[in-house]
Design a binder for this molecule. Structure first.
Ligand SMILES: Nc1ncnc2c1ncn2[C@@H]1O[C@H](COP(=O)(O)OP(=O)(O)OP(=O)(O)O)[C@@H](O)[C@H]1O
Ligand SMILES: [Mg+2]
Length: 495
């Protein structure tokens, strides 16, 4: 039990970002240093080898200078025994040397070093040199377990025309020692460098990640009641500060949309409560006080009206939630807006006449084509016309038209109504927003929020100009889409 707990803790450390970051650095450095070490050793060993070969060639040249042939044609060494320097040089040369005749029979050599030379190799090398005319270098391990580099060559007794095999050797133990020392020192350096890297990367990864932990803690601390929580920036203006910025912005957006939802629920319950209370009141009064059939009928009619209002409200809320979540059902097709406007203006003539309002579609002639959803565009026009008629006193006028404007189309609805006070203008597209006291009729304050959502879903824009007491002008601009809104210029036909 205890062991699995510890194991889990160790596993958790392995999984941390800090461990992985530090580990990656460490592995990277180890790989780089290992490559450097490998090539360093290789280069050093090449240098030592070529230096060794060079000194062997020099030794061979010097050796040849000391060898002479006596009257019998046998080789012998001659040097000046009084010259101490020469004495030392010859001593060194005779450290490892060998002489043999053409048949491989030994003539002279370092005593007791027949482990390094034998007839077979001498004959082989003589054969090789007859072809290449170059000295032969070989490496051989002596019985003392030391490696020797041996250079074999020939020397010709000019008088008798006989060829002799001569060889010089040197121990490579010193070279190996240098290489071993280099390897050992490099390994010590590697371990120190890796340990330093581990400490530095562990520390710096920890420092960086501690800022991340503050973001993590803040995210954990967020609940419904402290949405909008902000994390203090570190002032480094680096990636982490940008992360904190993004986090703060996200938290702000969340708060805003939660506030909106809260406000929305309050608005909705308020809107629903009013008709429900009215229905309840009417039915209670009818139940307890109505004695005649007409009284009951009247109560039911009133209640029905309120039920209808409730039903409208629920339908509107459904639409609203669709439009808010960007799910307005879109079924785009090529529409002639002139035609559509004509139909709708026609439908609004009766309510307009009832209020003695002059409703006119001006500039109706050319078709104005655009790609849009017919039902949604009907909703836009209906809402704007209904508002214009609703907020225009008797005797006023409402004018509307559509026009093409380059790649866009424009729908304009102008009225001579009550107008909208400047302070309220920015809010009229908010849901449930109604300009207080200026509303002659009941409304939900939702119409324009639909209009705005639909226009946005069509990538268009809506603007309003209004003067209190003078009237309002609503202007919707939409991209025409793939259809051509202006007729193609007719090219003159050449005769
Ligand atoms: N043409 C207009 N002239 C003056 N005021 C207007 C006009 N159109 C809109 N408004 C103001 O903007 C507010 C919001 O309009 P909106 O259409 O969203 O709601 P509504 O007409 O009150 O209710 P409904 O949801 O039934 O449309 C209105 O309450 C009104 O005060
Ligand atoms: Mg309206």
């Amino acid at each position: 039990m205890l062991r699995t707990g510890r194991l889990e803790r160790v596993r958790q450390v392995f999984r941390t970002l800090r461990f992985r970051l530090a580990g990656t650095f460490l592995i990277l450095l180890a790989v780089v240093l290992a490559i450097v070490g490998y090539f360093g050793t290789k280069t050093l060993s090449n240098i030592l080898e070529s230096r060794g070969e060079q000194s062997l060639h020099e030794q061979l040249g010097a050796m040849k200078g000391y060898i002479h042939f006596d009257d019998h044609g046998d080789p012998y060494w001659y040097w000046d025994p009084t010259d101490t320097e020469e004495q030392a040089a010859v001593g060194k040369l005779r450290g490892i040397f060998y002489e043999a005749n053409e048949n491989g029979d030994p003539a002279d050599g370092t005593p007791n070093r027949n482990d390094l030379f034998n007839r077979e190799t001498v004959l082989n090398e003589l054969a090789e040199m007859r072809v290449t005319h170059e000295p032969v270098i070989r490496t051989v391990t002596g019985r003392d377990k030391i490696q020797y580099q041996i250079i074999g060559s020939t020397m010709v007794d000019g008088e008798r025309g006989r060829t002799w095999y001569i060889a010089e050797g040197r121990s490579v133990a010193d070279d190996h020692l240098i290489l071993r020392r280099f390897r050992r020192n490099f390994l010590i350096f590697l371990l120190i460098a890796l340990m330093a890297c581990m400490a530095v990367s562990w520390y710096s990864a920890g420092a960086v990640l501690s800022a991340l932990q503050s973001v993590e803690k803040a995210a954990q601390a967020i609940t419904g009641s402290n949405l909008g929580l902000q994390i203090a920036k570190r002032g480094a203006e680096d990636e982490l500060d940008r992360l904190i910025d993004s986090f703060n912005a996200m938290s702000g957006r969340l708060k805003a949309s939660f506030d909106q939802i809260r406000q929305f629920s309050t608005d909705v319950s308020h809107e629903l409560r009013t008709p429900l209370t009215a229905i309840q009141g009417q039915l209670e009064v009818a139940l307890f006080t109505a004695t005649r059939k007409e009284q009951l009928q009247e109560a039911i009619e009133n209640a029905l009206q309120d039920v209808e209002r409730l039903a409208n409200l629920v339908r509107a809320l459904l639409l609203l939630s669709q439009s808010e979540s960007g799910q307005i059902p879109m079924n785009k097709s090529v529409l002639d807006l002139t035609d559509l406007l004509y139909e709708l203006v026609d439908q609004f003539q009766i309510p307009a006449e009832a209020r003695r309002i002059d409703l006119k579609q001006t500039a109706a002639g050319e078709p104005v084509l655009c790609e849009a959803d017919r039902t949604q565009m009907e909703r836009v026009i209906t809402n704007l016309l209904a508002n214009a008629i609703k907020y225009t006193p008797e005797g006023g006028s409402v004018q509307t038209y559509v026009e093409a404007d380059g790649a866009n189309v424009r729908l304009v609805v102008t009225d001579t109504g009550v107008g909208i006070p400047r302070d309220h203008l920015p809010h009229i597209f908010d849901r449930f927003y109604r300009v207080p006291d200026s509303n002659p009729e009941k409304g939900l304050g939702l119409g324009l929020s639909f209009v705005a959502a639909i226009v946005k879903a069509h990538s268009g824009e809506i603007h309003v100009h209004s003067e209190v007491g003078q009237g309002s002008r609503f202007e919707v601009t939409l991209p025409a889409g793939q259809v051509r809104t202006t007729p193609e210029p007719v090219l003159p036909v050449q005769a």
